[in-house]
Design a protein around this ligand. Structure first.
Ligand SMILES: Cc1ncc(COP(=O)(O)O)c(C=O)c1O
Length: 393
């Protein structure tokens, strides 16, 4: 079979690959502690489940919806944005997609020409790079030198070229858990506008910030900055709805229209029942969001200390958002004789039965990602196993 160059060039998702291997081991009766998951361990809140069931039973979920999403859901996104940021957006600025992942895919397909460059900041979420490749573009990866892993405009100035089309900032960030302050984000947004580069902000973890950290959406910024911005968001992480596959893009109507045209030939509308569930998520009571966030915060505070105490593990900064820890493990790797964090992660899985994701997929070899979206009991067990693995001769 002659596969296309396009598809031969794509690496499988590093995060999904580890998850699959640990599920295979579990199916064989091995007690694996899985810290590789990129999803909350909570079930979707009851009020959201009920809204979905209702839409099935009354028949409204039986049919195709408009390609860019149900008007009621686009309005619910607009209302939530207004409540959270004060910005009033007409629904033609909003596209509902099959997960935030699809919003990003359509964005790159709509804007990136062959050989266009897209700036990514390491560590970056695994799918950006592959999706950019699929659109024929090139990723330009910036490795911030600061310990907090935040990029500066001086670092960006060094990589920008005439071919630079856009920059992607993910805050709160997967995998490092860093969160840019309002001021830091404002500086980056102004830089992008001045350079004529589209500013893409992935705010999917925006509700998940801890220990007094504030998250400010770029939608609170001045109109000219917002007009140069695409915001990617969705219900997966904040509402424990990863399986439902509802995301959205916020952009200028001209771009939304084109992304919707693409969507019309790829998925058509996102699943109707999931859209009804998302309406309730965004417009119903928000109590469960706070409860889940509080649970994540407790786990972060305990587990970050446990990770710091592991020999050869170093957190360059304590995360304040998302639900991941991203320690540097080069010292631990060297002590155990491993050359790459991919090999280290695989040995942790095979020998200690703890699944983590190696830093390579995020553009940062020498690091591993541990998700604390699992019970404290499991987290404690994982830390004990890693400690024993490191101590073993
Ligand atoms: C940074 C980031 N953006 C986007 C997504 C995609 O989310 P969704 O489940 O809505 O496709 C993820 C999921 O892991 C993510 O971590």
């Amino acid at each position: 079979m002659q596969l296309s160059k396009r598809v031969l060039n794509v690496s499988p998702s590093a995060t999904l690959a580890v998850s699959a291997e640990s599920k295979r081991m579990q199916a064989n009766g091995i007690d694996v502690v899985n810290l590789s998951a990129g999803e909350p361990d909570f079930a979707t809140p009851q009020n959201i489940q009920k809204a979905a069931i209702k839409s099935i039973q009354n028949g409204t979920a039986s049919y195709y919806t408009p390609v860019p999403g149900l008007p009621e859901l686009r309005q619910a996104v607009s209302d939530r944005i207004q409540a959270d940021t004060g910005r009033v957006l007409t629904t033609d600025h909003i596209l509902i997609t099959t997960g935030a992942k699809m919003a990003l895919y359509e964005l790159f397909q709509a804007l990136v020409e062959p050989n266009d460059e897209v700036i990514l900041i390491a560590p970056f979420w695994v799918s950006y790079e592959e999706q950019i490749k699929l659109a024929g573009g090139q990723s330009t990866v910036v490795h911030p030198s600061a310990n907090d892993m935040k990029v500066t405009v001086e670092e960006l100035d060094k990589v920008v070229t005439r071919k630079t089309k856009m920059i992607i900032i993910n805050s709160p960030q997967n995998p490092s858990g860093l969160v840019y302050s309002k001021e830091e984000m404002h500086v980056l947004a102004k830089w992008a506008l001045k350079r004529g580069i589209l500013f893409v902000v992935d705010e999917i973890y925006g509700n998940l910030v801890y220990n007094g950290q504030k998250f400010t959406s770029v939608l609170t910024f001045e109109d000219d900055l917002v007009a140069n911005t695409v915001v990617i968001n969705g219900v997966s992480k904040s509402y424990a709805m990863t399986g439902w596959r509802i995301g959205y893009a916020i952009a200028q109507p001209e771009l939304i229209k084109k992304m919707s045209a693409l969507q019309g030939h790829m998925t058509s509308n996102p699943s109707a029942v999931a859209q009804y569930a998302a309406i309730e998520a965004l417009s119903g009571e928000q109590k469960t969001v706070i409860e889940m966030k509080d649970a994540f915060q407790k786990r972060l505070n305990r587990t970050a200390d446990l990770v710091e105490a592991l020999p050869g593990f170093h957190l360059k900064h304590k995360p304040t958002g998302a639900f991941y820890l991203f320690p540097n493990v080069e010292e631990a790797m060297a002590a155990k004789g491993y050359d790459s964090s991919a090999e280290f992660a695989m040995e942790l899985l095979q020998k200690a039965h703890v699944a983590v994701v190696a830093g390579e997929g995020f553009g940062m070899p020498g690091y591993i990602r541990l998700s604390y979206a699992t019970s404290q009991e499991q987290l404690d067990k994982a830390m004990n196993r890693i400690q024993e693995f490191l101590a073993a001769k």
